[in-house]
Design a protein around this ligand. Structure first.
Ligand code: SF4
Length: 216
């Protein structure tokens, strides 16, 4: 697979207009060649303006988790990990309350081929699922407590990879603040810290930091 193929894929994705109820055009983290794919739920209200996934408060928490577990920062994450999502457009605010509207089944089905193509193009070794909606695209009906805190071998589109699942880092999700969520999140971060692909990315981050210090 070439970077050109992935760039073409991202260009096609950015032009997608399949879902009339979506409130933004697609958001992409760019054509990052990686052994690691992160799958979120859908962009929030701020991401379309800022032009990248996980650009607001949930992202701050997510990148803190990776800094703590793996030792690399947001910038390094964004340049070394492919960022996907169940739906790539902002669904709009929930009509009856706080938070964002959850994409409906049609929208999820419309968007699934983009993720399928990314698995086929990248052949990831690790897929990190963030939140229930992302988890259920790979492990339908699984309970968070049965998935988070484990490393799960998986097979899809002829590609074998491991899954590590995380709770959604949004402040609206109470799961990670209470047991067993607190303990299972710690276990999930431990799995991230031991993952071979993430260790390689962390080593690149350390080298990049040392190179910058030498230049200064
Ligand atoms: S949510 Fe996905 S399928 Fe729907 S318009 Fe956005 S990119 Fe296209």
């Amino acid at each position: 697979m070439t970077n050109a193929a992935l760039q073409n894929h991202v260009q096609d994705l950015l032009g997608c207009r399949r879902c009339p109820k979506m409130q933004s055009t697609p958001i992409s983290g760019g054509a990052v060649m990686s052994d690691v794919v992160l799958v979120g739920q859908a962009p929030g209200v701020h991401e379309p303006r800022l032009g990248r996934p996980f650009a607001w408060t949930a992202g701050k928490t997510l990148f803190q988790w990776f800094e703590e577990a793996c030792g690399f920062n947001e910038e390094h994450f964004r340049s070394h990990i492919y960022m996907a999502a169940v739906c790539r457009c902002f669904p709009g605010k929930h009509p009856k309350g706080s938070g964002d509207r959850v994409p409906d089944e049609t929208e999820i089905a419309n968007c699934a081929p983009w993720l399928t193509a990314e698995i086929t193009l990248l052949h990831p070794k690790l897929v990190i699922l963030v939140g229930k909606l992302a988890i259920h695209q790979f492990l339908p009906k699984a309970k968070l407590a049965d998935v988070i805190g484990h490393r799960i071998p998986h097979h899809r589109e002829g590609v074998s990879f491991d899954i590590i699942a995380l709770p959604h880092p949004s402040g609206a999700s109470a799961w990670r603040w209470t047991e067993p969520g607190k303990t299972l999140l710690r276990r999930a971060l431990t799995h991230l810290s031991k993952d071979p692909s993430l260790k390689i990315i962390a080593a690149k981050a350390r080298k990049s930091t040392m190179d910058k210090k030498q230049i200064v």
